[in-house]
Ligand binder design. Structure first.
Ligand SMILES: C[S@@+](CC[C@H](N)C(=O)[O-])C[C@H]1O[C@@H](n2cnc3c(N)ncnc32)[C@H](O)[C@@H]1O
Length: 240
């Protein structure tokens, strides 16, 4: 299934390198991911192409203007967007604002978003986007409780995490199934050659060729590791 991701940004170049490498590049080449990076300045019409202005009421910094974002949205979604039209006009499309005030991104959200046909990501900058943007979006997403200078890095984190769940993107479906968070456990420890590095040896069981014992060892390690590092995941599973 093809997933289309539109990005509205003031800094389109920030996406070039990352989208042109490794699995994200391969997903596009395989026709599984279509990326459309839109420069918000293309929807500014004054001589300076200004996309930000001083905050009403005073205070530090600049605020991204609503008009370029609104015009970009209506153009790429090919219709006038009003808040009360949202459910009808955006079937299998989610318009997402990246903001530290949003819901914290986790693997459950990533999985849900990977089911959509199209995502439109709005990247803030400066002090963020004019509050009225919230009438035209479906969701607000944060990548964690810290402040970055821009929404481009969170958008890339979201693009990367969603893309790897698009069927066919990763060669080996097994690697998806066993990964951290897939079973509410962190992944077991992984090793590769050499079997002995400066006296640090790989656990013998992994060299035994006994698949059943290896499976049991990995399960035990995953549970222990989750207990030690992320007991909250285990509590969440019990409660949920
Ligand atoms: C400096 S931040 C603005 C923060 C805003 N003044 C506030 O306190 O909520 C600029 C932009 O970076 C992005 N951003 C920063 N931290 C983020 C986070 N943790 N998750 C998602 N986006 C973030 C958002 O797009 C935001 O509009």
């Amino acid at each position: 299934m093809l997933m289309t991701i539109d990005v509205l940004t003031l800094f389109p170049k920030m996406f070039e390198k990352i989208l042109d490498e490794s699995i994200l590049k391969r997903a596009q080449n395989k026709g599984l991911l279509r990326m459309k990076i839109h420069n918000l300045r293309d929807w500014t019409f004054d001589s300076h192409h200004s996309a930000d202005d001083k905050p009403f009421g005073g205070g530090p910094g600049m605020v991204m203007k609503i008009e370029p974002v609104y015009l970009a949205l209506t153009t790429i979604l090919n219709k006038k967007v009003t808040s009360n039209q949202k459910p009808v006009t955006r079937k299998r499309t989610k318009v997402i604002l990246l903001t530290p005030q949003g819901k914290r991104l986790d693997q459950k959200i990533v999985k849900r978003l990977a089911e959509e046909k199209r995502l439109v990501l709005i990247c803030g900058h400066y002090e963020g986007v004019d509050e009225r943007i919230r009438n035209f979006i479906d969701e607000e997403i944060s990548i964690g409780d810290y402040i970055l200078t821009c929404g481009e890095i969170p958008a890339l984190a979201l693009i990367d995490s969603v893309t790897r769940l698009i069927p066919g993107v990763l060669g080996d479906d097994e690697s998806l199934r066993l990964e951290s968070f897939e079973s509410d456990l962190l992944e077991y420890p992984q090793y590769t050659r050499p079997a002995d590095f400066m006296g640090m040896e790989v656990p013998q069981v992994l060299l035994s060729g006994d698949h059943e014992r290896i499976k049991q060892w990995r399960k035990k390690e995953a549970v222990q590791r989750t207990h030690e590092r992320r007991p909250d995941l285990i509590k969440e599973t019990k409660n949920g």
